[in-house]
Design a protein around this ligand. Structure first.
Ligand SMILES: Cc1cc2nc3c(=O)[nH]c(=O)nc-3n(C[C@H](O)[C@H](O)[C@H](O)COP(=O)(O)OP(=O)(O)OC[C@H]3O[C@@H](n4cnc5c(N)ncnc54)[C@H](O)[C@@H]3O)c2cc1C
Length: 411
């Protein structure tokens, strides 16, 4: 197999899924992860449409279903915690015959890690410091010292990808601000009812608690509108100041306690709501997958789906091209782009979650009390563009390559 030594930066959903499929197809993947251990933070992520197929082919769907977050839906409350409206997402899914599963991000990351076992080399607490590619490979230097040679390098290192910066240019060129900041952290489960996401809004801001049915603990989240990018998410002190300024004086509902929870969490997540849009995901022997290439933002509900399908398609195309990276990268990109385009159209999600005015909060709440909403939401789901392109592309060109049977993993 040509180009068999592949370095993947990032042990998230994209990086670990890619490593799984590469190892199954005879490549030798190494994952370098900046954190000292797996990053298990975050709330529920959706495994849906073609991503279900990827997880099924990995044999992990029973585990994913048994760890499902099992959240019923979202409830909107007033300053005294009284219910103003709710959306029962489970009912809508049942009505649509949907088989998608919501799972806590950390559970999925852990399941992927367990399934890789010792077929994948992991380097934790490490990051790439320089990349230098030539005609035959890529020389990589690591931050803690040491230099190694790989055939290909994949950036699966998320929204603020280091590989993207090194191989494609500064983040500002590709990252588009969606005018909001989001923060997540662990919370006291007593702050909200089991199996519901409870949300309190003021114009342009939201405080909420996420209670998964499968977990004793809960997640707090805080979000606010900010038309300009003004806070550096890599500066935890600035993040804490921004959140305190925004929510610190709000005596309503459980806002103060949710703020306290987020600020107390050492693995607090704080970031601008953004999308990554790039003209190409490959540069020579370097390629990007998942959020690094095409983050659609947490409000798209498509981050995990895109990470799983992108990783599968990249591994599949590399195997089908017998390691020919130029051909494989071009085919992977063509196959994955349509799904990304659809998920990056986030439509009214953000305005419904964080209405900008008191009047629009009222209208949203009133709508959620109308029985027609569930059938409207069902209609919307049925009519929404779905990512149904096959995972494996039709291969009609004449370049010789291995037959599907000989590469091992193609179900
Ligand atoms: C802690 C955390 C919490 C999240 N919470 C949510 C959530 O609640 N809801 C939601 O919709 N989405 C959330 N996301 C984003 C979501 O995981 C992605 O949209 C989606 O799953 C695609 O995953 P990914 O593997 O491409 O990127 P990510 O999940 O972001 O994983 C990237 C990985 O790369 C690692 N990394 C970063 N820089 C380097 C570097 N220089 N060297 C080596 N490794 C590096 C990171 O530590 C991380 O493990 C979260 C991401 C993270 C990291």
């Amino acid at each position: 197999m040509r180009n068999s030594r592949i370095l993947i930066s990032g042990a998230g959903i994209a990086g670990q899924t890619l490593a799984y499929w590469l190892a199954r197809q005879g490549f030798q993947p190494t994952i370098v992860e900046r954190a000292a251990s797996l990053r298990l933070g975050g709330q529920g992520v959706d495994v849906r449409e073609r991503a279900i197929e990827v997880v099924e082919r990995m044999g992990l769907m029973p585990q994913v279903r048994s760890a499902a977050a099992d959240v019923l839906g979202m409830r909107f409350v007033d300053a005294d915690g009284r219910g103003l409206g709710e959306v029962n997402i489970q009912k809508i899914k049942e009505r649509n015959g949907s088989d998608e599963v919501e799972i806590m991000r950390g559970d999925l990351v852990r399941l992927l890690h367990d399934s890789n076992g010792d077929t994948v080399e992991y380097l934790f607490g490490e990051s790439i410091s320089t990349l230098e590619q030539d005609a035959d490979g890529v020389t990589v230097e690591f931050e803690r010292g040491g230099r190694r040679r790989f055939d290909l390098v994949v950036g699966a290192d998320g929204l603020h990808s280091t590989v993207r910066r090194m191989a494609f240019g500064p983040e500002e060129r590709f990252v588009h601000h969606l005018e909001h900041y989001f923060a997540f952290g662990d919370a006291d489960p007593a702050l909200g009812p089991d199996r519901w996401v409870t949300v309190y809004n003021t114009p342009g801001s939201m405080a909420g608690i996420y209670r998964s049915g499968a977990h004793p603990q809960a997640k707090a989240y805080l979000a606010f509108r900010s038309p300009r990018r003004e806070f550096d998410p890599r500066d935890p002190a600035a993040a804490r100041r921004a959140l305190t300024e925004q929510f610190g004086r709000d005596p309503a509902w459980q806002v103060a306690r949710l703020l306290e929870s987020v600020l107390a969490d050492d693995d607090m997540y704080f970031d601008a709501l953004t999308q990554v849009r790039m003209p190409t995901w490959a540069n020579g022997r370097v390629v990007l997958v998942g959020d690094a290439a095409h983050c659609a933002s947490p409000v798209s509900g498509g981050g995990a789906e895109l990470a799983l399908t992108a990783a599968y398609r990249l591994a599949d195309e590399l195997a089908a091209a017998d390691g020919d990276h130029e051909q494989a990268f071009a085919r992977y990109e063509r196959a994955q782009r349509p799904s990304v385009g659809r998920r990056q159209q986030i439509g009214p999600n953000l305005r419904l979650l964080i209405p900008r005015t008191r009047a629009s909060i009222k209208i949203r709440n009133t709508l959620t009390r109308l029985p027609v909403l569930e059938s409207l939401a069902g209609m919307e789901r049925i009519m929404a563009p779905r990512n149904t392109e096959p995972l494996t592309t039709a291969r009609t060109d004449t370049t010789p390559r291995k037959s599907p049977e000989s590469v091992g993993c193609r179900a």
